[in-house]
Design a protein around this ligand. Sequence first.
Ligand code: AMP
Length: 280
Amino acid sequence: MRIIRDPGRLNRLLKGVSRSGKSIGFVPTLGALHPGHLSLIKQAGQDNDLVVVSIFVNPAQFGPQEDLNKYPRPLKNDLALCRKHKVDLVFLPDQKIMYPEGFSTLVNVEGLSRLLCGVSRPGHFRGVTTVVAKLLNIVSPDVLYLGQKDAQQAIIIARMIKDLNFPVKVKVMPTVREKDGLAISSRNEYLGGQEKKDALVLSRALNLAKVLIKEGVKDTVRIISRLKQLINKNKNVKIDYIAIVDSTNLKPLKRVGGNCLVALSVYIGKTRLIDNVIVK
Ligand code: AMP
């Protein structure tokens, strides 16, 4: 496994790989790798000749009051996990090389970036699309692997790829969960013992939505109100949003139909967690 910090060097190396007819699978991450990331890496390995993982805590996607400084950075462990899972190349740039002095270009997917998580995290998705556009130019992968856990992020990146003609396929992998249902996230590390129990309310609420929809409830206002009731029973949990939207364009749905995305975000103490499910 090679670790490369310089974008130019990685780009030259990977151009050679592509020219030789080999396919490249790419998994961009913020590091603090966990089974969710590893499922993407495994799939990339199954589908491609070469797997590239980037580890970069991208400052552009963190708001001024957010957790950039305390975001976990267990680099040694991350590299060991990459080695174990047969990653070929790790791209490990630093902030200066990604955002040198004078950096002034931002990529923003209008509209979609302002909905759902975009309300409480203004500028977040612009930071994500800017860095992913840069990474796609550096790596030129055949397939980009993303997680359903960050459904809105995957929808926005797919939109950017289409709009800007990036020649890359997108594969969205299912959310990996703990046995108890909690979606695995690097931010779960922030949770104390009781908070981890409180966090189960996310998957419970999504399960309730699935049950209601299966029972034939179609009115989204009614479903959302039942979810609110369930979540509000726990005083340690504060709802950021609950949304039932079209899973392709994030438009709010009045009635359940087609492919709909039930997405929610809550605060457990100071930690903001998200989860979602697609109901067909
Ligand atoms: P992050 O390091 O949080 O930016 O995540 C990197 C990639 O891993 C993103 O595409 C995420 O959606 C994906 N991911 C994170 N957590 C999970 C999970 N529990 N299951 C599946 N994919 C995940």
